[in-house]
Design a binder for this molecule. Structure first.
Ligand code: FES
Length: 162
């Protein structure tokens, strides 16, 4: 009888422990990501927090990719957008007017899914957040933060990182 009571108590503790852990994981998963650091290696050693407060300055380019040839200007429709990569990170390139290109991280600020151009917007396939393709601002949640801008320049008929 004592054994049964002890087993029951252990089971409850185990369930409580996993429940609390599960709750913490759920909370972590639902929190808007604000670290701005997309360089995680997936090894699990990253605590996921930084000391900078997270809101950032709006630009989160992979700085070591400056000078990288990103795309042909002609591949980006005027008034449209394409997906690309800079420094191995997914980005979105828009050409609001002929010869003017803006770029944004394609990592959703909600839970880090990869956002893609869709019609006249950037759309996250995971929970439906939508972003303005010329400013990165949130058009529709659940994301709360805009897509960080990524510096690019137009050099002749090429789009260059930096
Ligand atoms: Fe949830 Fe993008 S990850 S809307």
């Amino acid at each position: 009888m004592d054994d049964a009571r002890e087993l029951s108590r252990r089971t409850a503790l185990a369930l409580g422990g996993s429940g609390a852990l599960g709750g913490a994981l759920i909370l972590a998963g639902c929190a808007p990501t604000d670290s701005g650091d997309s360089g995680g290696d997936g090894a699990g050693a990253d605590s996921g927090s930084t000391t900078d407060g997270g809101s950032g300055d709006g630009a989160s380019a992979p700085t070591d990719a400056a000078g990288e040839d990103v795309a042909a200007l002609a591949d980006i429709p005027v008034g449209g957008s394409i997906s690309a990569t800079i420094g191995g990170e997914p980005v979105l390139l828009s050409q609001p007017t002929a010869g003017e290109v803006v770029a944004f991280s394609a990592i959703c600020t909600h839970q880090r899914c990869t956002v893609a151009p869709e019609r006249a917007s950037f759309v996250c396939p995971c929970h439906g957040s939508m972003f303005d393709p010329t400013t990165g601002e949130v058009e529709q949640g659940p994301a709360l933060e805009p897509l960080p801008s990524v510096p690019v320049t137009v050099d002749g008929d090429r789009v260059i990182a930096g």
